[in-house]
Design a protein around this ligand. Structure first.
Ligand code: AMP
Ligand code: MG
Length: 352
């Protein structure tokens, strides 16, 4: 299949009426899949009410069928046609954070979505993105759009149109290029079916911000404890993996250097992913920069790009320091642990 690349100016007025967006929206309505930028990462969209269309998402990504998709809409008012009941906490959170990088889980209305979207669950995740291209496409398509991240399953999520093309060129109908995404990590997923919101996947809207609105918040304990099954089915999979095995170092810059030296003594070539400030302080075979020490959101923004760039390095292993698990640091460490397959090194792992 030929993949069309539409390059759009995200600042034009009436974006939803431009020929590029109209053509992409028509493809969506005709049952094709289209990748588009959102404020989190690039999404791979299909009409959520059309099973044949949604099936193409799973095929293009190689995504396991038990992993449900998030449904995207342009206008919060549409939500009443899609879910059984917008709970009081759901209403408050939508008012506080939408449009934005957060997905809300409600009991679904029966008979609206393809069963593939919800993977057989009786709930559905809904998001109202704020990115101008996502908004324009959803408005022009005028159907709810199921959209996971636009990467091959298991790979780091795409934060640019080039990342999407690297993974899916020839497998999907088109990609709308609206530049680099802003936040760089997938949306916060919050179960709003009860009286207290439960974070099933951490993201750029943090637990503290949600707590400020509702007064209480629970973080799915399975996110930290590997023996429990997480409530978001997708969280159990290894994800975001770079080509070279990644190890996280829980400790100081000096400890990181000790592990670099240890791997080198073993005859391994070592790459290090580090913040701008730490780059010059480390002696390794190759280095990749990832954001700035002074701003966790800059690390979130460049995390997936840094992981993807590391694939071209001529190294045997990759190392990165852990980051503080406060604010968006929770989401950063959640993604890094998955990218590392939970390999975390501490001082006790050093030989002699
Ligand atoms: P992605 O589409 O790659 O951004 O992943 C969507 C995430 O949301 C996955 O971790 C899914 O398991 C999770 N998710 C989507 N719908 C539901 C739902 N109804 N209940 C629980 N988790 C969900
Ligand atoms: Mg994904």
């Amino acid at each position: 299949m030929g993949t069309t690349l539409w390059i759009v100016d995200i600042n034009v007025d009436g974006l939803w009426e431009t020929p590029e967006i109209r053509q992409a929206a028509n493809f969506l309505r005709e049952g094709e899949v289209i990748a588009f930028p959102t404020e989190t990462v690039y999404g791979l969209g299909a009409n959520a009410t059309d099973s044949e269309a949604v099936k193409k998402i799973f095929e293009a990504k190689g995504r396991p069928s038990d992993n449900p998709l998030i449904v995207h809409i342009a206008d919060p008012k549409q939500i009443n046609e899609l879910v059984d009941e917008v709970t009081p906490i759901g209403k408050q959170l939508i008012e506080a954070f939408s449009p934005g990088p957060i997905s809300f889980i409600f009991k679904k209305k029966e008979g609206v979505f393809s069963d593939l979207v919800t993977a057989g669950l009786d709930t559905v995740a809904i998001r109202i993105p704020e990115h101008p291209v996502a908004y324009a496409l959803l408005k022009a398509a005028a159907v709810p759009v199921a959209a996971p991240s636009a990467n091959r399953s298991g790979r780091p999520s795409p934060t640019s149109a080039q990342h999407v093309m690297d993974d899916l060129n020839g497998l999907i109908k088109g990609v709308i290029d609206g530049g680099e995404t802003g936040y760089g990590l997938e949306s916060t997923v919050v179960d709003c079916t009860g009286e207290v919101p439960v974070i099933l996947r951490p993201g750029s809207i943090t637990a503290d911000e949600i707590k400020e609105v509702i007064g209480a918040v629970i973080v799915d304990p399975a996110l930290k404890n590997e023996t429990e099954a997480p409530r978001a089915p997708g969280m159990k999979y290894r994800h975001y993996a770079p080509d070279h095995p990644l190890y996280l170092v829980d400790g100081s810059l000096e400890l990181l250097q000790s592990f670099v030296n240890q791997f080198k003594r073993d005859g391994k070539r070592v790459g290090v992913i580090a913040t701008r400030e730490n780059l010059a302080k480390i002696d390794a075979d190759a280095m990749i920069v990832m954001g700035s020490e002074t701003d966790l959101s800059s690390i979130a923004h460049s995390l997936y790009d840094s992981l993807r760039k590391s694939d071209v390095l001529d190294v045997d292993v990759l190392l990165s320091l852990c980051f503080p698990e406060e604010g968006v640091g929770q989401a950063i460490m959640n993604r890094l642990r998955k990218a590392a397959g939970n390999r975390v090194l501490t001082e006790s792992d050093l030989f002699g």
